[in-house]
Design a protein around this ligand. Structure first.
Ligand code: ATP
Ligand code: MG
Length: 203
Protein backbone atom coordinates (compact mmCIF):
# COMPACT_ATOMS: atom_id res chain seq x y z
CA UNK A 1 0.00 0.00 0.00
CA UNK A 2 1.38 3.40 -0.99
CA UNK A 3 1.19 5.74 2.00
CA UNK A 4 -1.10 8.75 1.66
CA UNK A 5 0.05 12.34 1.63
CA UNK A 6 -0.33 15.01 4.29
CA UNK A 7 -1.51 18.48 3.28
CA UNK A 8 -1.78 21.40 5.69
CA UNK A 9 -3.50 24.78 5.37
CA UNK A 10 -1.98 27.75 7.18
CA UNK A 11 -2.46 31.48 7.60
CA UNK A 12 -3.58 34.05 10.16
CA UNK A 13 -7.10 33.90 11.62
CA UNK A 14 -9.51 34.97 8.90
CA UNK A 15 -7.15 34.26 5.96
CA UNK A 16 -9.50 31.63 4.47
CA UNK A 17 -8.16 28.23 5.57
CA UNK A 18 -11.52 26.72 6.55
CA UNK A 19 -13.11 28.12 3.39
CA UNK A 20 -10.74 26.09 1.21
CA UNK A 21 -10.50 22.92 3.32
CA UNK A 22 -13.60 21.38 1.75
CA UNK A 23 -12.42 22.27 -1.74
CA UNK A 24 -9.10 20.49 -1.20
CA UNK A 25 -10.84 17.40 0.22
CA UNK A 26 -13.41 17.27 -2.60
CA UNK A 27 -10.74 17.71 -5.26
CA UNK A 28 -8.73 14.78 -3.84
CA UNK A 29 -11.87 12.61 -3.48
CA UNK A 30 -12.53 13.39 -7.14
CA UNK A 31 -9.21 11.65 -7.83
CA UNK A 32 -10.56 8.57 -6.06
CA UNK A 33 -8.63 9.04 -2.84
CA UNK A 34 -9.76 8.37 0.72
CA UNK A 35 -9.48 11.74 2.46
CA UNK A 36 -9.48 12.56 6.17
CA UNK A 37 -10.16 16.20 7.07
CA UNK A 38 -8.90 17.35 10.43
CA UNK A 39 -7.66 20.40 12.35
CA UNK A 40 -5.24 21.67 14.96
CA UNK A 41 -5.31 22.12 17.77
CA UNK A 42 -7.75 19.19 17.90
CA UNK A 43 -8.46 16.32 15.56
CA UNK A 44 -8.94 13.72 18.32
CA UNK A 45 -11.28 13.67 21.36
CA UNK A 46 -8.38 14.55 23.68
CA UNK A 47 -7.07 17.15 21.22
CA UNK A 48 -10.48 18.82 20.99
CA UNK A 49 -10.58 19.06 24.81
CA UNK A 50 -7.14 20.68 24.74
CA UNK A 51 -8.37 23.02 21.97
CA UNK A 52 -11.13 24.33 24.25
CA UNK A 53 -8.52 25.16 26.91
CA UNK A 54 -6.12 26.70 24.37
CA UNK A 55 -8.75 28.93 22.79
CA UNK A 56 -10.49 30.09 25.94
CA UNK A 57 -8.30 29.78 29.09
CA UNK A 58 -5.55 32.26 29.91
CA UNK A 59 -2.19 30.55 30.35
CA UNK A 60 1.57 31.05 30.28
CA UNK A 61 3.03 31.16 26.73
CA UNK A 62 5.20 28.06 27.29
CA UNK A 63 2.19 26.16 28.66
CA UNK A 64 0.34 27.10 25.47
CA UNK A 65 3.22 25.76 23.37
CA UNK A 66 3.44 22.50 25.33
CA UNK A 67 -0.31 21.89 25.12
CA UNK A 68 -0.18 22.51 21.36
CA UNK A 69 2.46 19.81 21.01
CA UNK A 70 0.67 17.46 23.43
CA UNK A 71 -2.42 17.73 21.21
CA UNK A 72 -0.21 17.23 18.13
CA UNK A 73 1.41 14.09 19.56
CA UNK A 74 -2.05 12.60 20.13
CA UNK A 75 -3.19 13.72 16.67
CA UNK A 76 -0.21 12.01 15.00
CA UNK A 77 -0.46 8.82 17.07
CA UNK A 78 -4.22 8.36 16.94
CA UNK A 79 -5.21 9.77 13.57
CA UNK A 80 -2.59 11.11 11.15
CA UNK A 81 0.03 8.33 11.11
CA UNK A 82 -2.50 5.42 10.96
CA UNK A 83 -4.50 7.15 8.19
CA UNK A 84 -1.42 7.81 6.04
CA UNK A 85 -0.20 4.25 6.61
CA UNK A 86 -3.40 2.77 5.20
CA UNK A 87 -3.14 5.02 2.13
CA UNK A 88 -5.57 7.78 3.08
CA UNK A 89 -4.68 11.41 2.39
CA UNK A 90 -4.95 13.75 5.37
CA UNK A 91 -5.83 17.44 5.09
CA UNK A 92 -5.32 19.50 8.24
CA UNK A 93 -6.48 23.03 9.06
CA UNK A 94 -3.15 24.11 10.68
CA UNK A 95 -0.13 22.11 11.88
CA UNK A 96 3.40 22.83 13.17
CA UNK A 97 4.02 25.90 10.98
CA UNK A 98 1.30 27.52 13.10
CA UNK A 99 3.36 26.91 16.24
CA UNK A 100 6.32 28.72 14.66
CA UNK A 101 4.02 31.53 13.49
CA UNK A 102 1.92 32.03 16.65
CA UNK A 103 4.00 30.85 19.59
CA UNK A 104 7.36 31.95 18.12
CA UNK A 105 6.40 34.93 15.89
CA UNK A 106 3.34 36.04 17.84
CA UNK A 107 4.31 35.28 21.45
CA UNK A 108 8.09 35.58 21.09
CA UNK A 109 9.18 32.07 22.15
CA UNK A 110 12.64 31.17 20.78
CA UNK A 111 12.61 29.12 17.56
CA UNK A 112 14.99 26.57 19.07
CA UNK A 113 12.50 25.69 21.82
CA UNK A 114 9.86 24.90 19.22
CA UNK A 115 12.34 22.96 17.08
CA UNK A 116 13.10 20.69 20.06
CA UNK A 117 9.42 19.84 20.47
CA UNK A 118 8.97 19.37 16.72
CA UNK A 119 11.85 16.87 16.62
CA UNK A 120 10.48 15.08 19.71
CA UNK A 121 6.93 14.72 18.46
CA UNK A 122 7.44 14.40 14.69
CA UNK A 123 10.74 12.50 14.49
CA UNK A 124 11.36 13.89 10.99
CA UNK A 125 7.75 13.74 9.84
CA UNK A 126 6.55 16.82 7.87
CA UNK A 127 3.66 17.75 5.56
CA UNK A 128 4.04 16.94 1.85
CA UNK A 129 2.40 20.24 0.91
CA UNK A 130 1.47 23.34 2.90
CA UNK A 131 -0.85 25.99 1.45
CA UNK A 132 -0.12 29.33 3.10
CA UNK A 133 -3.02 31.78 2.76
CA UNK A 134 -1.31 35.14 3.00
CA UNK A 135 -3.27 38.33 3.70
CA UNK A 136 -2.47 41.67 5.34
CA UNK A 137 -3.69 41.75 8.98
CA UNK A 138 -6.39 44.34 8.24
CA UNK A 139 -7.99 42.15 5.57
CA UNK A 140 -8.00 39.14 7.90
CA UNK A 141 -9.44 41.27 10.68
CA UNK A 142 -12.30 42.52 8.52
CA UNK A 143 -13.12 38.92 7.54
CA UNK A 144 -12.99 37.76 11.14
CA UNK A 145 -15.24 40.46 12.53
CA UNK A 146 -17.81 39.67 9.84
CA UNK A 147 -17.66 35.98 10.69
CA UNK A 148 -18.10 35.37 14.47
CA UNK A 149 -17.10 36.21 18.06
CA UNK A 150 -13.38 36.17 18.79
CA UNK A 151 -11.41 33.49 20.71
CA UNK A 152 -8.27 34.14 22.80
CA UNK A 153 -6.02 34.38 19.71
CA UNK A 154 -8.45 36.36 17.58
CA UNK A 155 -8.61 39.10 20.23
CA UNK A 156 -4.90 39.87 19.72
CA UNK A 157 -3.86 43.22 18.16
CA UNK A 158 -2.92 43.77 14.51
CA UNK A 159 0.75 43.93 15.57
CA UNK A 160 0.47 40.33 16.83
CA UNK A 161 -0.95 39.20 13.48
CA UNK A 162 1.77 41.10 11.60
CA UNK A 163 4.39 39.10 13.51
CA UNK A 164 2.47 35.87 12.88
CA UNK A 165 2.23 36.66 9.17
CA UNK A 166 5.94 37.50 8.92
CA UNK A 167 6.91 34.30 10.74
CA UNK A 168 4.81 32.30 8.26
CA UNK A 169 6.46 34.08 5.31
CA UNK A 170 9.93 33.45 6.78
CA UNK A 171 9.13 29.75 6.94
CA UNK A 172 7.88 29.78 3.35
CA UNK A 173 11.14 31.41 2.22
CA UNK A 174 13.11 28.71 4.05
CA UNK A 175 11.06 25.84 2.59
CA UNK A 176 9.74 27.06 -0.77
CA UNK A 177 9.21 23.55 -2.13
CA UNK A 178 6.81 22.49 0.64
CA UNK A 179 5.16 25.78 1.62
CA UNK A 180 3.32 27.43 -1.27
CA UNK A 181 2.24 31.01 -0.64
CA UNK A 182 -1.15 32.06 -2.02
CA UNK A 183 -2.20 35.71 -2.18
CA UNK A 184 -5.43 35.25 -0.24
CA UNK A 185 -6.71 38.78 -0.98
CA UNK A 186 -7.89 37.35 -4.30
CA UNK A 187 -11.32 35.83 -4.94
CA UNK A 188 -12.17 32.35 -3.67
CA UNK A 189 -12.53 31.13 -7.30
CA UNK A 190 -9.12 32.47 -8.34
CA UNK A 191 -7.52 30.84 -5.30
CA UNK A 192 -9.18 27.52 -6.03
CA UNK A 193 -7.73 27.50 -9.57
CA UNK A 194 -4.25 27.85 -8.06
CA UNK A 195 -4.96 25.25 -5.37
CA UNK A 196 -6.13 22.72 -7.98
CA UNK A 197 -2.89 23.33 -9.90
CA UNK A 198 -0.77 22.67 -6.80
CA UNK A 199 -2.74 19.51 -5.97
CA UNK A 200 -2.27 18.32 -9.54
CA UNK A 201 1.51 18.64 -9.11
CA UNK A 202 1.37 16.58 -5.91
CA UNK A 203 -0.94 13.82 -7.20
N1 ATP B 1 -10.77 34.92 -0.80
C1 ATP B 1 -11.74 35.40 -0.04
N2 ATP B 1 -12.38 36.51 -0.38
C2 ATP B 1 -13.37 37.03 0.39
N3 ATP B 1 -13.80 36.49 1.56
C3 ATP B 1 -13.19 35.37 1.96
C4 ATP B 1 -12.13 34.76 1.21
N4 ATP B 1 -11.72 33.65 1.85
C5 ATP B 1 -12.47 33.58 2.96
N5 ATP B 1 -13.35 34.59 3.04
C6 ATP B 1 -14.32 34.84 4.13
O1 ATP B 1 -13.57 35.26 5.25
C7 ATP B 1 -14.08 34.71 6.46
C8 ATP B 1 -12.96 33.94 7.17
O2 ATP B 1 -12.60 32.81 6.39
P1 ATP B 1 -12.20 31.42 7.09
O3 ATP B 1 -13.13 31.13 8.20
O4 ATP B 1 -12.06 30.42 6.00
O5 ATP B 1 -10.77 31.81 7.67
P2 ATP B 1 -9.79 30.92 8.55
O6 ATP B 1 -8.44 31.14 7.96
O7 ATP B 1 -10.30 29.54 8.63
O8 ATP B 1 -9.89 31.65 9.95
P3 ATP B 1 -9.67 31.01 11.44
O9 ATP B 1 -8.20 30.81 11.59
O10 ATP B 1 -10.17 32.09 12.34
O11 ATP B 1 -10.47 29.74 11.50
C9 ATP B 1 -15.26 33.83 6.05
O12 ATP B 1 -16.43 34.57 6.26
C10 ATP B 1 -15.03 33.57 4.57
O13 ATP B 1 -16.23 33.39 3.87
MG1 MG C 1 -10.89 28.42 10.24
Amino acid sequence: MTPGKFITLEGVDGAGKSTHLGFVADWLRGQGREVIVTREPGGTPLGETLRELLLHRDMDADTELLLMFAARQQHLAELIRPALARGAWVVSDRFTDASYAYQCGGRGIATERIAVLEAWVQRGFAPDLTLLFDVPPEVAEARRSAARTADRFEREADSFFSRVRNAYLDRARAEPGRIRVLDARRSIDALQDDIAQLLEELA
